[in-house]
Design a protein around this ligand. Structure first.
Ligand SMILES: NC(=O)c1ccc[n+]([C@@H]2O[C@H](COP(=O)([O-])OP(=O)(O)OC[C@H]3O[C@@H](n4cnc5c(N)ncnc54)[C@H](OP(=O)(O)O)[C@@H]3O)[C@@H](O)[C@H]2O)c1
Length: 260
């Protein structure tokens, strides 16, 4: 896993969704001699592979296969890890995305519920117990992986967009309060990244950011304690411009861009 040089060393790090995609890549990048990594995912084999790679790099790894919707277990595990190794970086990365067909936007209730349970409720259950402790220690960073779809809902994944709007708004709302106690909150809004999540979407490869590039952006943003990281810049500009034109035209442009 090559990438930019890591300048700021975090000693005790928790990452959710470390069994695949961005979470897996972030764990591998942050793995270093003596670093304590707490890795959470569902898929045991893939999580074991991530853990092994990180241990081979010298990290001390505790991993757990868990559905993060299990609130009690999740909070227990995180607080226990933190009691042993006071966490200085937590990355709430785990997420799910189900796409739907525009014109048939009524997603099944079960999908909407799961999307909000994982992408909103479970992120809050991951991050908030740590924020309290970081605030007392007056030290720490929390990273929330939202999405560029938080800037404007995307017709092919409405529930996902809504969950990412919600989580972005929530941490924007409380970010300033924690900053007063030297606790940094960074919200990450990527466009399409080349992971399993985007495999079924048939996205033109020119629209995709590589995992390595995405991880570089995230690590740089964390080190600069940026409140918000969005990439790539041209997608950020495009989706931000949608907000400046009449909504009806923006809706048509979005469907056109998606080829719908
Ligand atoms: N890829 C993109 O284009 C893109 C763009 C914007 C934002 N994001 C966000 O980036 C984050 C990472 O996505 P990715 O692209 O790396 O997707 P991915 O390859 O599908 O990985 C998702 C990770 O989340 C874990 N996860 C999902 N539901 C979980 C649950 N209930 N309990 C525990 N772990 C769970 C998965 O675990 P298992 O595999 O073990 O089930 C996996 O490790 C997500 O929040 C996603 O919304 C992705």
């Amino acid at each position: 896993m090559e990438g930019i040089v890591i300048n700021i060393r975090f000693n005790n790090i928790i990452i959710t969704g470390a069994s695949n995609g961005l979470g897996n890549a972030l764990a591998k990048r942050y793995a270093d001699s003596g670093v304590h990594l707490g890795l959470i995912g569902r898929h045991q084999d893939r999580l074991n592979q991530t853990a092994k790679y990180c241990r081979d790099k010298g990290a001390i790894v505790e991993s757990v296969s868990m559905d993060i919707r299990d609130r009690e277990n999740l909070i227990d595990w995180i607080l226990r890890f933190d009691s042993n190794f006071p966490v200085d970086l937590i990355i709430a990365n785990a997420g799910v995305m189900y796409s739907s067909v525009p014109g048939h936007p009524t997603e099944q209730k079960i999908i909407i519920d799961e999307t909000f349970d994982v992408n909103f409720n479970s992120v809050i259950n991951t991050v908030n117990p740590m924020l309290e402790r970081m605030q007392k220690r007056k030290h720490g960073s929390a990273v929330i992986i939202s999405s560029l779809s938080a800037y404007h809902g995307i017709p092919t994944f409405p529930a996902y967009s809504a969950s990412k709007v919600a989580i972005k708004a929530y941490y924007e709302a409380i970010r300033g309060i924690y900053a007063r106690d030297n606790v940094n909150i960074t919200i990450v809004c990527p466009s399409y990244v080349n992971t399993d999540m985007t495999k079924t979407l048939n996205i033109n490869k020119f629209m995709l950011t590589s995992i390595d590039k995405a991880v570089d952006k995230i690590i740089t943003g964390i080190e600069k304690r940026k409140p918000l990281i969005s990439f790539p810049w041209f997608h950020t500009l495009g989706i931000s411009l949608l907000r400046l034109i009449p909504d009806r035209i923006a809706d048509r442009i979005l469907l056109m861009v998606l080829g719908k």
